[in-house]
Write a protein that binds this ligand. Sequence first.
Ligand code: DX5
Ligand code: ZN
Length: 229
Amino acid sequence: MGQSIKNLDNDTLLVAPSILAADFADLGADIRRVEKAGADIVHIDVMDGHFVPNISLGPPVVKSIRKVTNLPFDTHLMISEPRKYAESFAKAGSDHITFHLESEGDPKKTIDLIRSLGCTVGICLKPKTSAKLVLPFLELIDMVLVMTVEPGFGGQSFIADMMPKVREIRDAITAENRKTHLEVDGGVDADTVGEVFAAGANMMVAGTSVFRHPEGAEFAINALKRVAE
Ligand code: DX5
Ligand code: ZN
């Protein structure tokens, strides 16, 4: 296992590059490159071709890349049956597992299962899902992930309309005095990160804008972190 997101502050701006935008032919080297450039977390997008119209990667890939870094593995399950596969990802080296509130099964049972595997737990909301639906689970989870694109593909445009939802969840976290991380995923770059941070998110998933930045990953990560200064 790698490091736990529990050891990271929930009010510091953290950058989680999404390996969906990495060079899959040289994945280990690409992860080392973003770690050296200042990445705090590795975001791993798992798609099953059913919950979302795309297929990405599974546990064997997680197991392979576990050897190249100790950064926390933030596993974003965009799959219909998270309970069926959570154990395989935990065994492969996922430190954190986020499932979608819109996926199958009782969320409480999914949370309990993920926790029993020794992982921290997150719940993700698609753009059309209301913030109110996740608030009852705040006391049970370590992270809320708000999608700022429809899940399924990297490189899409940021949906700024999600900012009131981010603010509503951050206000609840603060009001309840919790350490819950608030992550945003989709279209985050140097132009959009300012409003995301201002709305109260602290974990920035960034695929295209980090792995494919023409000036390199260090330049990209510094540009994202600068808004918190
Ligand atoms: C979308 C994924 C995202 C995506 C982010 O389904 O969950 O993590 O890869 O990619 P960018 O930063 O390129 O929007
Ligand atoms: Zn993701």
